[in-house]
Design a protein around this ligand. Structure first.
Ligand code: OSB
Ligand code: MG
Length: 400
């Protein structure tokens, strides 16, 4: 398939105007969470966020700068990346985009460097790099932001987004007791009026918590996320997961190993509750494998995909995954990595695509960070408004 055709089928704007990389700068910020976050893999109260900024020069002499976000955790808990590996990945990518070696990658291009045009020509420069998906996503974000600004449109327009507002839920970390969790849920439901609630679970902090929620909130759209904490061959763990069927959950997210798809399909086919794959979906190919496996061992209605641009290496790949899900009748939603206002806004633009049919993880119970890099998009009653300004359309952006 030709590139043009592929972008046309994906309903993504094809840029044919040459864009010269003039300068790449990485902004780095330590950000303190308003509420420390705990998942099955660990607990943390701050995160390093990296913001690649790329200045492009167009043939008419105009220079436009775009910015993306890399949202790693501080240790390789969720996937193999963390902010330290992201910095290394970024330097390799910068070297590719500026025509230099890793050692000499200072963000300035060699004098005679070929311009990029459409997204494929941009990505192809660093496509050889294995992994480093979080680093790649920040870089790709800068491209989209600059391209949208040059064309004076919001990124969602370039991506073929159709929604003015996107549905959003919240992801609540593991709490010390079921009573503590109920307080958080009460706030999320009655004050924030989120579209749904997701709670983090792990062995020993699961059934009693879910049961307590169901007693107080029988009709709440509720889902659980285990972040790979259960052993799908342990009979006790399996019976806990089976017990989850009693609580009318929308889905159980990544109960098994973070690199597994096959055992999730085979070992959990007896559950009524759909299984949502997060950690183990890194590409369109992985998504196709999951679809094949659920068809073979379970039923396609019991597969849900959480697509996170940072995990899959960029927004183009995320759009491809969403489309593949949609074509196969698999529900798909946009997860989060506790991004700052920039990364969240990018996720909101992505979620404005038609394929996204379940609420995303775009809001927290309080602002995510004590100090954010810009204003978050407007939130009200379970919905976020897709910004209409050019590029990401973020107000008061300042990453310094
Ligand atoms: O598994 O979805 C996850 C946060 C960090 C790493 C992994 C996950 C999460 C969340 C929070 O659940 C989602 C958010 O609000 O950004
Ligand atoms: Mg998850």
């Amino acid at each position: 398939m030709g590139r043009f055709n592929e972008l046309k089928i994906l309903n993504i704007f094809e840029n044919s105007k040459p864009m010269f990389v003039e300068r790449i700068i990485i902004h780095k910020r330590k950000m303190t969470l308003t509420i420390p976050f705990e998942a099955s893999f660990g607990k943390f109260d701050s995160l390093i966020r990296l913001f690649p900024e790329i200045v492009f020069k167009f043939e008419n002499g105009e220079t436009v700068s775009g910015m993306g976000e890399c949202s790693p955790l501080t240790a390789p808990w969720y996937d193999s990346e963390c902010h330290r590996t992201t910095e290394i990945g970024l330097k390799f990518i910068i070297a590719c985009l500026t025509g230099k070696n890793y050692e000499d990658a200072d963000g300035y291009p060699l004098i005679k460097i070929e311009p990029v045009t459409d997204i494929f020509s941009f990505i192809s420069r660093y496509k050889w790099i294995v992994g480093h998906n979080i680093a790649k996503t920040g870089i790709e974000g800068a491209y989209w932001d600059a391209l949208a600004k040059f064309n004076s449109v919001p990124v969602s327009a370039i991506w073929g987004g159709i929604r003015k507002k996107v549905e959003t839920g919240t992801s609540i970390g593991i709490q010390a007791s079921p009573d503590d969790l109920i307080k958080k849920i009460d706030h999320a439901v009655n004050k924030l009026k989120v579209a749904r609630v997701k709670i983090k679970v792990k062995p020993g902090k699961d059934i009693s918590y879910v049961e307590r929620i169901r007693n107080s909130f029988p009709d709440l759209p509720l889902q659980v996320d285990a972040n790979a904490a259960y052993n799908l061959f342990d009979t006790k763990h399996l019976s806990t997961l089976k017990e989850m069927d009693n609580f009318d959950l929308t889905m159980i997210e990544q109960p098994g190993r973070n690199d597994d798809i096959i055992d999730h399909a085979r070992q959990l086919a007896m559950l009524k509750t759909p299984i949502c794959m997060d950690e183990s979906i890194l590409s369109t190919d992985n998504t196709r494998h999951a679809i094949d496996l659920w068809r073979q061992y379970s039923t396609i209605e019991k597969l849900i995909i959480n697509v996170k641009p940072p995990r899959v290496g960029g927004y183009l790949e995320a759009i491809k995954i969403a489309k593949l899900c949609n074509e196969n009748g698999v529900s798909v939603w946009c997860g989060g990595m506790l991004e700052s206002a920039l990364g969240k806004t990018a996720n909101v633009h992505f979620s404005s695509r038609d394929e996204i049919n379940l609420p995303g993880d775009h809001v927290s119970q309080a602002p995510y960070f004590l100090e954010d890099v810009g204003d978050s998009p407007h939130y009200e009653d379970g919905k976020i408004t897709v910004p209409k300004g050019i590029g990401w359309g973020i107000r008061n952006l300042n990453v310094k």
